[in-house]
Ligand binder design. Structure first.
Ligand code: ACO
Length: 388
C-alpha cells in the first residue's frame, strides 16, 4: 500500500523519532535493550571494559576483529603519530577557551572542523585515505579536549607523550603528570564503554553525512553536533548539575518526589533502547565506588545511589533505568574533571564508533533520503509583500 505523503496533521501514523526503524545493517555493536546487554562485534562490554584498551577496542570496531599484538602496535603508533594538532588549531583553542569563554563542545566542533583545513588529505576520496583520517581524527580529539582544559585553567598546553597509552596520555595532557595506573585504567574504561552504541543519534547523524560522500571530518563534526544535545551526550553534565542542586543525601528523596510530580525528566535515566539497566552504568557504578573513595567524594556516590534506588522503584516498571551518563559524571568529577568536559570526553570515545560506522557505510553506500508527510497548506498563490 502506498504511503500517504500529503495529509492533515496527525492523520498518518509513523514512529516518531524513527523509533524501531531499521536504518541499515551493521557489524559494529548490538544493544539488547530488554536484557540490558551490549556487545561490540559480539564481545560483551563487560569483557572489553575489564580486559581491553581503547586502542584495541578501536581496532575491533574499525576492522571487525581483535588485533594481533603486531597489528595493535601498528595502530598504536599511527595514533601516536597524529596526536599533535596544527598550530593554528592550538591558536584557536587559546583564543576562544581562555577565561572559560566558549562552551567546550562548541570549541571541539570548531577545532575538528578547522583541523580539516590544515589537513591536505582531508578531501582525498579513497578508502585508504578515509581510514587514515579515521585514525587521525580519533587520535586528535583527545588532544583537543586536553588543550581546552589547560587553556581554561590558565596553564600552558602540553605536547603529547609518545610512550603513554591513549587514555594515559590524555590524562597526562590535562594534568601534566603521568597518571596513576588506576586512573589510566578508569579513563580507558570510560573510553571503551562510550565507544559505540548501535544506531544512536550521533552515529546516525554521522552516517547520514557520510552517505552523501562528504569527507570524514564533516561526518565527525555532524556526530559531535548531535552528541552535544542534552537528550544525548549532554546528559552527563546535567547529572552533576542535578546532584549539586540536590546538595545532600537527605534532600534527594524530597527533590525527586517533587521533580517526578512535576513530570520533570531526570537526567541520566531512560533510554530509547534499554528498558532494563544499562550495562555501562553497572560497570561505571563499580568504578565510582573506588574513585569516590580515593577522592573523598563519597557523598556524590551516596546521593546517586539513593536516586538510583528511588527511580528504579518509581519508574523501573515504565522501563526507565539509569543509563551510561548517570555514573560517568560521578566518576569523572571525582577525578577532578570539570563537568562541561564530560560530553567532549564522551566524543573522544564515540569518535571511534562514528568513524568505524562511516567506513562501514562506505562499503555499501546509499544516500539516506527518507520522506516527510506533508501537512502544510494546500497549493496557494504567492502573495506580494504589499498585499499581505
Ligand atoms: N525521567 C523521567 N521520565 C522519563 C525519563 C527520565 N529521564 N525518560 C523518559 N521518561 C518518560 C517520559 O516522560 C515519557 O513518559 P510519558 O509516556 O508518560 O509521557 C516516557 O518515559 C517515554 O519518554 P520519551 O522521552 O518519549 O522516550 P525517548 O525514547 O524518546 O527518549 C531519552 C529517550 C531521550 C534518553 C529520555 O529517556 C531522556 O530524555 N532521558 C534523560 C536524558 C538522558 O539521560 N539522556 C542520555 C541518554 S543515554 C545517551 O545518549 C548516552
Amino acid at each position: 500500500m502506498a504511503v500517504k505523503l500529503v495529509a492533515k496533521p496527525g492523520e498518518v501514523e509513523f514512529p516518531k523519532g524513527m523509533e524501531g526503524v531499521i536504518a541499515s545493517e551493521s557489524k559494529k555493536s548490538y544493544v539488547n535493550g530488554l536484557e540490558g546487554k551490549l556487545y561490540y562485534e559480539g564481545i560483551k562490554i563487560e569483557d572489553l571494559a575489564e580486559n581491553s584498551t581503547f586502542e584495541e577496542t578501536f581496532f575491533l570496531l574499525l576492522y571487525d576483529r581483535l588485533p594481533t599484538a603486531d597489528e595493535l602496535e601498528i595502530l598504536r603508533r599511527r595514533m601516536v603519530q597524529y596526536r599533535t594538532l596544527p598550530t593554528e588549531v592550538y591558536n584557536l583553542i587559546e583564543t576562544v577557551s581562555a577565561g572559560y569563554l566558549a562552551q567546550p563542545m562548541a570549541v571541539m566542533r570548531t577545532a575538528v572542523s578547522m583541523t580539516a583545513l590544515f589537513d591536505e588529505a582531508a578531501e582525498e576520496e579513497t578508502e585508504l585515505a578515509y581510514e587514515r583520517e579515521a585514525i587521525k581524527i580519533t587520535s586528535r580529539m583527545a588532544t583537543i579536549v586536553a588543550a581546552i582544559d589547560r587553556v581554561r585553567r590558565g596553564l600552558p598546553i602540553l605536547q603529547p607523550r609518545a610512550d603513554l597509552s591513549h587514555a594515559a596520555n590524555f590524562l597526562y595532557m590535562m594534568t601534566g603528570e603521568e597518571p596513576d595506573p588506576f586512573y589510566a585504567k578508569v579513563m580507558d574504561v570510560i573510553l571503551i564503554t562510550h565507544a559505540d552504541h548501535g544506531c544512536n543519534a550521533s552515529t546516525f547523524t554521522s552516517i547520514v553525512v557520510a552517505s552523501t560522500l562528504a569527507d570524514m571530518y564533516s561526518a565527525v563534526v555532524g556526530g559531535i553536533s548531535s552528541l552535544k544535545g542534552q537528550l544525548h551526550g549532554g546528559a552527563n553534565q546535567r547529572v552533576m548539575r542535578m546532584l549539586d542542586e540536590i546538595g545532600s543525601v537527605e534532600n534527594a528523596i524530597p527533590w525527586l518526589e517533587d521533580a517526578v510530580a512535576k513530570r520533570k525528566k531526570i537526567m541520566g535515566f531512560g533510554h530509547r533502547v534499554y528498558k532494563a539497566m544499562d550495562p555501562r552504568a553497572i560497570i561505571l557504578h563499580e568504578y565510582a565506588k573506588e574513585v569516590t573513595k580515593r577522592a573523598g567524594t563519597e557523598r556524590y556516590l551516596e546521593m546517586a545511589e539513593v536516586i538510583e534506588k528511588f527511580m528504579i522503584e518509581k519508574l523501573g516498571r515504565k522501563g526507565i533505568w539509569p543509563n551510561v551518563d548517570f555514573f560517568s559524571g560521578v566518576v569523572m568529577s571525582s577525578m577532578g574533571i570539570d563537568s562541561d568536559l564530560f560530553t567532549p570526553i564522551f566524543a573522544v570515545s564515540r569518535v571511534a564508533g562514528w568513524t568505524s560506522h562511516i567506513l562501514e557505510q562506505h562499503t555499501d553506500n546509499r544516500i539516506y533520503r527518507p520522506r516527510f508527510v506533508y501537512v502544510g497548506p494546500a497549493t496557494q498563490e504567492y502573495v506580494p509583500m504589499d498585499k499581505r
